[in-house]
Design a protein around this ligand. Sequence first.
Ligand code: PAP
Length: 354
Amino acid sequence: MAAQPSLCNGPPPMEPQEKNGADPRAPTSYTDLTSTLPLEEGWAIRLRKYQGFWFPQQILPGSMAMQQNFKARPDDVFVLSHPKSGTTWLKALTYAIVTRTKYPFDRHPLLSQNPHECVPLMDRSYSTGQDSEIEAMPSPRILNSHLPYSLLPHSIKSLDCQLIYVCRDPKDVLVSRWFFNNRMRSEGMEPIPFTKAFEMFCEGNSPYGPLWEHVLEYWEESQRRPDKVLFLKYEEMLEEPMRIVKRLAQFVGCPFTPEEEKEGVVEEVVKLCSFDKMKSLEVNISGKLRPEFVTNDAFFRKGGAGDWRNHMDPEMARKLDRVTEQKLEGSGLTLNAVGVEAAATINADVQAQV
Ligand code: PAP
Protein backbone atom coordinates (compact mmCIF):
# COMPACT_ATOMS: atom_id res chain seq x y z
CA MET A 1 0.00 0.00 0.00
CA ALA A 2 1.31 3.45 -0.85
CA ALA A 3 2.44 5.47 2.17
CA GLN A 4 0.07 8.26 3.19
CA PRO A 5 1.62 11.70 2.81
CA SER A 6 2.35 12.99 6.26
CA LEU A 7 2.88 16.60 7.22
CA CYS A 8 5.93 15.45 9.18
CA ASN A 9 7.69 14.66 5.90
CA GLY A 10 7.18 18.28 5.01
CA PRO A 11 4.69 19.61 2.50
CA PRO A 12 5.94 19.10 -1.05
CA PRO A 13 7.51 22.28 -2.45
CA MET A 14 5.14 24.75 -4.12
CA GLU A 15 5.51 25.50 -7.79
CA PRO A 16 7.37 28.80 -8.18
CA GLN A 17 4.92 31.69 -8.41
CA GLU A 18 4.56 33.82 -11.51
CA LYS A 19 5.97 37.14 -10.37
CA ASN A 20 6.15 39.14 -13.52
CA GLY A 21 2.47 39.73 -14.14
CA ALA A 22 0.14 42.17 -12.44
CA ASP A 23 -2.88 40.76 -10.61
CA PRO A 24 -4.55 39.08 -13.60
CA ARG A 25 -8.23 38.99 -12.75
CA ALA A 26 -10.72 39.30 -9.97
CA PRO A 27 -13.79 37.08 -10.15
CA THR A 28 -16.27 39.45 -11.79
CA SER A 29 -19.56 38.02 -10.52
CA TYR A 30 -18.60 38.95 -6.97
CA THR A 31 -17.06 42.29 -7.94
CA ASP A 32 -20.52 43.73 -8.80
CA LEU A 33 -21.90 42.63 -5.46
CA THR A 34 -18.91 44.13 -3.63
CA SER A 35 -19.53 47.58 -5.11
CA THR A 36 -22.93 47.75 -3.39
CA LEU A 37 -21.53 47.16 0.11
CA PRO A 38 -20.73 49.88 2.74
CA LEU A 39 -17.45 51.63 1.94
CA GLU A 40 -14.59 52.88 4.15
CA GLU A 41 -12.06 55.10 2.39
CA GLY A 42 -9.89 56.25 5.28
CA TRP A 43 -7.07 53.74 4.76
CA ALA A 44 -4.63 53.36 1.87
CA ILE A 45 -6.85 50.55 0.60
CA ARG A 46 -10.63 50.79 0.25
CA LEU A 47 -12.62 48.57 2.54
CA ARG A 48 -16.07 47.04 2.09
CA LYS A 49 -18.21 45.70 4.90
CA TYR A 50 -19.38 42.15 4.36
CA GLN A 51 -21.14 40.00 6.96
CA GLY A 52 -19.95 42.19 9.81
CA PHE A 53 -16.27 42.59 8.78
CA TRP A 54 -14.34 45.16 6.73
CA PHE A 55 -12.50 43.55 3.82
CA PRO A 56 -10.02 45.09 1.40
CA GLN A 57 -12.17 45.84 -1.65
CA GLN A 58 -9.63 44.25 -3.98
CA ILE A 59 -9.59 41.00 -2.05
CA LEU A 60 -13.28 40.63 -1.16
CA PRO A 61 -14.52 39.16 -4.46
CA GLY A 62 -11.82 36.53 -4.14
CA SER A 63 -12.72 35.84 -0.53
CA MET A 64 -16.34 35.35 -1.59
CA ALA A 65 -15.28 33.00 -4.37
CA MET A 66 -13.08 31.13 -1.93
CA GLN A 67 -15.90 30.87 0.58
CA GLN A 68 -18.09 29.26 -2.08
CA ASN A 69 -15.60 27.13 -3.94
CA PHE A 70 -12.64 26.15 -1.81
CA LYS A 71 -12.45 22.43 -1.19
CA ALA A 72 -10.44 21.58 1.87
CA ARG A 73 -8.63 18.29 2.28
CA PRO A 74 -8.68 16.48 5.63
CA ASP A 75 -4.93 16.85 6.10
CA ASP A 76 -4.82 20.60 5.34
CA VAL A 77 -3.47 22.80 8.13
CA PHE A 78 -4.62 26.43 8.26
CA VAL A 79 -2.69 29.37 9.69
CA LEU A 80 -5.29 32.03 10.52
CA SER A 81 -5.09 35.53 11.87
CA HIS A 82 -6.30 39.08 11.91
CA PRO A 83 -3.54 40.87 9.93
CA LYS A 84 -0.59 42.35 11.82
CA SER A 85 -0.92 39.85 14.66
CA GLY A 86 2.09 37.63 13.92
CA THR A 87 1.04 35.86 10.71
CA THR A 88 4.47 36.01 9.05
CA TRP A 89 6.16 34.54 12.10
CA LEU A 90 3.56 31.81 12.60
CA LYS A 91 3.80 30.83 8.95
CA ALA A 92 7.57 30.59 9.21
CA LEU A 93 7.44 28.51 12.39
CA THR A 94 4.79 26.10 11.11
CA TYR A 95 6.60 25.66 7.81
CA ALA A 96 9.98 25.21 9.51
CA ILE A 97 8.52 22.62 11.89
CA VAL A 98 6.99 20.44 9.20
CA THR A 99 9.97 20.67 6.85
CA ARG A 100 12.66 20.16 9.50
CA THR A 101 13.65 16.70 8.34
CA LYS A 102 13.48 17.62 4.69
CA TYR A 103 15.95 20.51 4.57
CA PRO A 104 19.09 21.24 6.57
CA PHE A 105 18.73 24.47 8.51
CA ASP A 106 21.60 26.11 6.64
CA ARG A 107 19.94 25.44 3.27
CA HIS A 108 16.32 25.90 4.23
CA PRO A 109 13.80 27.45 1.78
CA LEU A 110 13.02 30.09 4.43
CA LEU A 111 16.52 31.49 3.83
CA SER A 112 15.65 32.39 0.26
CA GLN A 113 11.86 32.71 0.30
CA ASN A 114 9.60 34.97 2.30
CA PRO A 115 7.27 33.03 4.65
CA HIS A 116 4.30 34.32 2.63
CA GLU A 117 5.70 32.47 -0.37
CA CYS A 118 6.11 29.24 1.56
CA VAL A 119 2.59 29.40 3.02
CA PRO A 120 0.27 31.16 0.56
CA LEU A 121 -2.52 33.55 1.55
CA MET A 122 -5.48 31.83 -0.06
CA ASP A 123 -7.60 34.99 0.02
CA ARG A 124 -5.13 36.68 -2.33
CA SER A 125 -4.74 33.65 -4.60
CA TYR A 126 -8.50 33.61 -5.10
CA SER A 127 -8.68 37.38 -5.57
CA THR A 128 -6.13 37.28 -8.38
CA GLY A 129 -7.61 34.27 -10.11
CA GLN A 130 -4.64 32.15 -9.10
CA ASP A 131 -6.65 29.71 -7.04
CA SER A 132 -5.55 26.88 -9.30
CA GLU A 133 -2.16 27.17 -7.57
CA ILE A 134 -3.82 26.28 -4.30
CA GLU A 135 -5.69 23.42 -5.96
CA ALA A 136 -2.47 22.19 -7.52
CA MET A 137 -0.54 22.08 -4.25
CA PRO A 138 0.07 18.47 -3.32
CA SER A 139 -1.04 17.31 0.12
CA PRO A 140 -0.36 17.89 2.87
CA ARG A 141 -0.85 21.66 2.48
CA ILE A 142 -0.25 24.52 4.89
CA LEU A 143 -2.51 27.41 3.91
CA ASN A 144 -3.21 30.85 5.29
CA SER A 145 -6.31 33.04 5.48
CA HIS A 146 -7.40 36.23 7.22
CA LEU A 147 -11.09 35.28 7.05
CA PRO A 148 -12.98 35.35 10.33
CA TYR A 149 -14.11 31.94 11.54
CA SER A 150 -17.75 32.58 10.62
CA LEU A 151 -16.77 33.12 6.98
CA LEU A 152 -14.38 30.20 6.53
CA PRO A 153 -15.32 27.88 3.68
CA HIS A 154 -17.68 25.18 4.85
CA SER A 155 -15.41 22.28 3.91
CA ILE A 156 -12.69 23.45 6.32
CA LYS A 157 -15.17 23.06 9.17
CA SER A 158 -16.91 19.93 7.99
CA LEU A 159 -13.61 18.11 7.50
CA ASP A 160 -12.45 19.13 10.96
CA CYS A 161 -9.13 20.52 9.66
CA GLN A 162 -6.43 21.67 12.07
CA LEU A 163 -6.62 25.45 12.59
CA ILE A 164 -3.89 27.58 14.17
CA TYR A 165 -4.84 31.13 15.11
CA VAL A 166 -2.62 33.92 16.40
CA CYS A 167 -3.74 37.14 18.08
CA ARG A 168 -1.88 40.12 19.55
CA ASP A 169 -2.39 43.10 21.83
CA PRO A 170 -4.73 45.34 19.79
CA LYS A 171 -2.58 48.39 20.55
CA ASP A 172 0.40 46.81 18.81
CA VAL A 173 -1.81 45.52 15.98
CA LEU A 174 -2.95 49.09 15.36
CA VAL A 175 0.58 50.53 15.37
CA SER A 176 1.75 47.77 13.03
CA ARG A 177 -1.22 48.39 10.72
CA TRP A 178 -0.63 52.13 10.70
CA PHE A 179 2.98 51.75 9.58
CA PHE A 180 2.06 49.15 6.99
CA ASN A 181 -0.79 51.31 5.73
CA ASN A 182 1.52 54.23 5.19
CA ARG A 183 3.97 51.99 3.34
CA MET A 184 1.17 50.82 1.03
CA ARG A 185 0.08 54.32 -0.01
CA SER A 186 -0.07 54.90 -3.69
CA GLU A 187 1.99 57.74 -5.10
CA GLY A 188 0.78 61.18 -4.07
CA MET A 189 -1.38 59.85 -1.23
CA GLU A 190 -0.72 61.55 2.13
CA PRO A 191 0.13 59.31 5.11
CA ILE A 192 -2.83 59.08 7.44
CA PRO A 193 -2.36 60.67 10.86
CA PHE A 194 -2.11 58.15 13.70
CA THR A 195 -5.09 59.74 15.46
CA LYS A 196 -7.26 59.02 12.43
CA ALA A 197 -6.10 55.40 12.26
CA PHE A 198 -6.79 55.13 15.99
CA GLU A 199 -10.38 56.33 15.65
CA MET A 200 -11.13 54.05 12.71
CA PHE A 201 -9.55 51.08 14.48
CA CYS A 202 -11.50 51.67 17.72
CA GLU A 203 -14.70 51.85 15.66
CA GLY A 204 -13.83 48.48 14.15
CA ASN A 205 -13.40 50.06 10.70
CA SER A 206 -10.02 48.58 9.82
CA PRO A 207 -8.89 45.81 7.47
CA TYR A 208 -10.56 42.57 8.69
CA GLY A 209 -11.93 44.46 11.67
CA PRO A 210 -13.53 44.69 14.05
CA LEU A 211 -10.49 42.97 15.53
CA TRP A 212 -12.29 41.85 18.70
CA GLU A 213 -15.01 39.96 16.87
CA HIS A 214 -12.37 38.31 14.68
CA VAL A 215 -10.41 37.16 17.73
CA LEU A 216 -13.48 36.13 19.70
CA GLU A 217 -14.82 33.87 16.98
CA TYR A 218 -11.60 31.84 16.96
CA TRP A 219 -11.27 31.99 20.74
CA GLU A 220 -14.74 30.53 21.20
CA GLU A 221 -14.10 27.84 18.62
CA SER A 222 -10.80 26.95 20.34
CA GLN A 223 -12.73 26.51 23.58
CA ARG A 224 -15.25 24.25 21.86
CA ARG A 225 -12.69 22.19 19.91
CA PRO A 226 -9.27 22.57 21.55
CA ASP A 227 -7.87 19.56 19.69
CA LYS A 228 -8.69 21.20 16.36
CA VAL A 229 -8.19 24.92 17.00
CA LEU A 230 -4.90 26.04 18.53
CA PHE A 231 -5.21 29.60 19.83
CA LEU A 232 -1.92 31.45 20.30
CA LYS A 233 -0.93 34.89 21.47
CA TYR A 234 1.97 36.72 19.83
CA GLU A 235 3.21 37.83 23.25
CA GLU A 236 3.41 34.25 24.55
CA MET A 237 5.34 33.32 21.42
CA LEU A 238 7.82 36.07 22.30
CA GLU A 239 7.98 34.99 25.89
CA GLU A 240 8.35 31.24 25.38
CA PRO A 241 9.22 30.48 21.76
CA MET A 242 10.56 27.01 22.54
CA ARG A 243 7.41 25.93 24.35
CA ILE A 244 5.23 27.26 21.55
CA VAL A 245 7.28 25.55 18.85
CA LYS A 246 6.94 22.23 20.68
CA ARG A 247 3.20 22.81 21.13
CA LEU A 248 2.80 23.67 17.45
CA ALA A 249 4.72 20.56 16.39
CA GLN A 250 2.53 18.39 18.58
CA PHE A 251 -0.62 20.06 17.31
CA VAL A 252 0.18 19.41 13.65
CA GLY A 253 1.09 15.82 14.43
CA CYS A 254 4.88 16.10 14.13
CA PRO A 255 6.13 16.21 17.73
CA PHE A 256 9.85 16.52 18.32
CA THR A 257 11.50 13.27 19.32
CA PRO A 258 13.61 13.21 22.49
CA GLU A 259 16.68 12.90 20.22
CA GLU A 260 15.69 15.99 18.29
CA GLU A 261 15.20 17.89 21.51
CA LYS A 262 18.61 16.77 22.72
CA GLU A 263 20.23 17.76 19.44
CA GLY A 264 18.78 21.28 19.68
CA VAL A 265 16.35 21.04 16.74
CA VAL A 266 13.72 23.09 18.59
CA GLU A 267 16.28 25.88 19.08
CA GLU A 268 17.20 25.66 15.39
CA VAL A 269 13.58 26.24 14.39
CA VAL A 270 13.28 29.18 16.79
CA LYS A 271 16.54 30.66 15.50
CA LEU A 272 15.70 30.24 11.82
CA CYS A 273 12.38 32.03 12.30
CA SER A 274 13.56 34.68 14.74
CA PHE A 275 12.84 38.28 13.89
CA ASP A 276 16.50 39.25 13.60
CA LYS A 277 17.37 36.30 11.38
CA MET A 278 14.40 36.79 9.06
CA LYS A 279 14.88 40.54 8.88
CA SER A 280 18.54 40.12 7.88
CA LEU A 281 17.85 37.90 4.85
CA GLU A 282 18.21 39.48 1.42
CA VAL A 283 14.82 38.12 0.32
CA ASN A 284 13.22 39.90 3.26
CA ILE A 285 15.06 43.15 2.60
CA SER A 286 14.74 43.73 -1.11
CA GLY A 287 12.44 40.90 -2.27
CA LYS A 288 8.81 41.48 -3.27
CA LEU A 289 5.81 39.17 -3.26
CA ARG A 290 4.49 40.93 -6.37
CA PRO A 291 6.08 43.56 -8.57
CA GLU A 292 3.57 46.27 -7.65
CA PHE A 293 3.73 45.57 -3.93
CA VAL A 294 5.94 46.88 -1.09
CA THR A 295 9.36 45.30 -0.51
CA ASN A 296 9.31 42.43 2.00
CA ASP A 297 11.03 44.49 4.70
CA ALA A 298 7.55 45.90 5.40
CA PHE A 299 6.72 42.57 7.09
CA PHE A 300 9.66 42.90 9.49
CA ARG A 301 9.35 46.37 10.96
CA LYS A 302 10.23 46.25 14.63
CA GLY A 303 8.91 43.01 16.15
CA GLY A 304 8.36 42.64 19.87
CA ALA A 305 5.65 43.90 22.19
CA GLY A 306 4.81 47.33 23.49
CA ASP A 307 5.79 49.62 20.60
CA TRP A 308 2.37 51.25 21.09
CA ARG A 309 4.06 53.18 23.90
CA ASN A 310 5.93 55.18 21.29
CA HIS A 311 2.82 56.19 19.37
CA MET A 312 -0.07 56.48 21.82
CA ASP A 313 -0.46 58.73 24.80
CA PRO A 314 -1.68 57.03 27.98
CA GLU A 315 -5.20 58.31 27.43
CA MET A 316 -5.43 56.73 23.98
CA ALA A 317 -3.96 53.48 25.30
CA ARG A 318 -6.50 53.42 28.12
CA LYS A 319 -9.34 54.10 25.71
CA LEU A 320 -8.32 51.23 23.43
CA ASP A 321 -7.78 48.94 26.43
CA ARG A 322 -11.28 49.80 27.61
CA VAL A 323 -12.78 48.96 24.24
CA THR A 324 -10.94 45.63 24.33
CA GLU A 325 -12.06 44.85 27.87
CA GLN A 326 -15.67 45.63 27.06
CA LYS A 327 -15.65 43.58 23.89
CA LEU A 328 -14.05 40.56 25.54
CA GLU A 329 -16.01 40.75 28.76
CA GLY A 330 -17.19 37.35 29.93
CA SER A 331 -15.17 35.46 27.30
CA GLY A 332 -12.30 34.48 29.61
CA LEU A 333 -9.85 35.97 27.10
CA THR A 334 -7.54 38.94 27.75
CA LEU A 335 -5.47 40.76 25.17
CA ASN A 336 -4.08 43.71 27.12
CA ALA A 337 -1.87 41.58 29.31
CA VAL A 338 1.45 43.09 28.29
CA GLY A 339 2.23 46.28 30.12
CA VAL A 340 5.20 48.45 29.33
CA GLU A 341 7.55 46.93 31.90
CA ALA A 342 6.66 43.37 30.91
CA ALA A 343 7.14 44.26 27.25
CA ALA A 344 10.65 45.51 27.92
CA THR A 345 11.55 42.29 29.75
CA ILE A 346 10.07 40.09 27.03
CA ASN A 347 12.05 41.85 24.32
CA ALA A 348 15.26 41.54 26.29
CA ASP A 349 14.61 37.82 26.85
CA VAL A 350 13.98 37.21 23.18
CA GLN A 351 17.23 38.91 22.23
CA ALA A 352 19.04 36.74 24.78
CA GLN A 353 17.54 33.51 23.48
CA VAL A 354 18.50 33.86 19.81
P1 PAP B 1 0.60 40.35 7.90
O1 PAP B 1 -0.76 40.16 8.44
O2 PAP B 1 0.69 41.49 6.93
O3 PAP B 1 1.19 39.10 7.38
P2 PAP B 1 1.86 39.99 10.40
O4 PAP B 1 2.98 39.10 10.10
O5 PAP B 1 0.63 39.38 11.00
O6 PAP B 1 1.48 40.84 9.13
O7 PAP B 1 2.33 41.14 11.41
C1 PAP B 1 3.46 41.89 11.18
C2 PAP B 1 4.13 42.07 12.52
O8 PAP B 1 4.81 40.88 12.89
C3 PAP B 1 5.18 43.18 12.46
O9 PAP B 1 5.10 43.83 13.72
P3 PAP B 1 5.56 45.32 13.97
O10 PAP B 1 4.97 46.16 12.90
O11 PAP B 1 5.06 45.66 15.34
O12 PAP B 1 7.05 45.30 13.91
C4 PAP B 1 6.44 42.38 12.27
O13 PAP B 1 7.60 43.09 12.68
C5 PAP B 1 6.18 41.18 13.16
N1 PAP B 1 7.02 40.03 12.78
C6 PAP B 1 7.29 39.58 11.53
N2 PAP B 1 8.09 38.51 11.59
C7 PAP B 1 8.37 38.30 12.89
C8 PAP B 1 9.19 37.34 13.58
N3 PAP B 1 9.89 36.43 12.93
N4 PAP B 1 9.23 37.41 14.93
C9 PAP B 1 8.53 38.34 15.60
N5 PAP B 1 7.75 39.28 15.00
C10 PAP B 1 7.66 39.25 13.65
